[in-house]
Design a protein around this ligand. Sequence first.
Ligand code: IMP
Ligand code: MG
Length: 192
Amino acid sequence: MSIAETSMSQWTEFTDPNLEVLFSEEQIRDRIDELGRRITADYGGKELVLVGVLKGSCVFLADLMRKIDLELTIDFMSVSSYKDGTKSTGDVEILKDLSNPIRDKHVIVVEDIVDTGLTLSRLLEILGSRGASSIRLASFLDKPEPRIMKDIKIDYTGFVVPNKFVVGYGLDAAGRYRNLPFIAVVRDPSVI
Ligand code: IMP
Ligand code: MG
């Protein structure tokens, strides 16, 4: 849509009627406060590395880290999961690896959403071979219904979502909607 068309439209990106809000900004803030308190208590005194999985986790990581009152560093990984049609195959290519070793570190992998779990399970396998003291998982959303890798344990979950395509707060649909300050269900994905 052009700038002229956008400004003439009665709706903005955030008020798009094709979006049905699932979790509001306030709900998200409260939940992240709570997760931050829990992580702070669980790791009391330990040094922590938060590993964000790009790009979807960037908003969650930015908010969560400011609620963790511990000495911590952040790092990022970017992986591409090969899809067979629309289904994730679990084959993962590392597009960007960590900048620093995680040997002897306490790591929390920070994800936007766990869906089938195929990408994440491969990622955890890769990170698991690098001698970290501990590796836990924080995922902003948990969509359990399509899960294939049933043994994935999410240690810190923001919200559980139904088996629908959700966007916002870092999650995208074809690159769009990451900037929504809330989580929404796309009512009609064919008109994105
Ligand atoms: P999987 O767990 O290997 O199926 O892949 C999970 C990845 O797919 C997530 O990290 C997201 O980037 C993306 N994804 C899965 N479900 C959704 C959704 O509902 N909205 C946006 N992205 C999603
Ligand atoms: Mg992701």
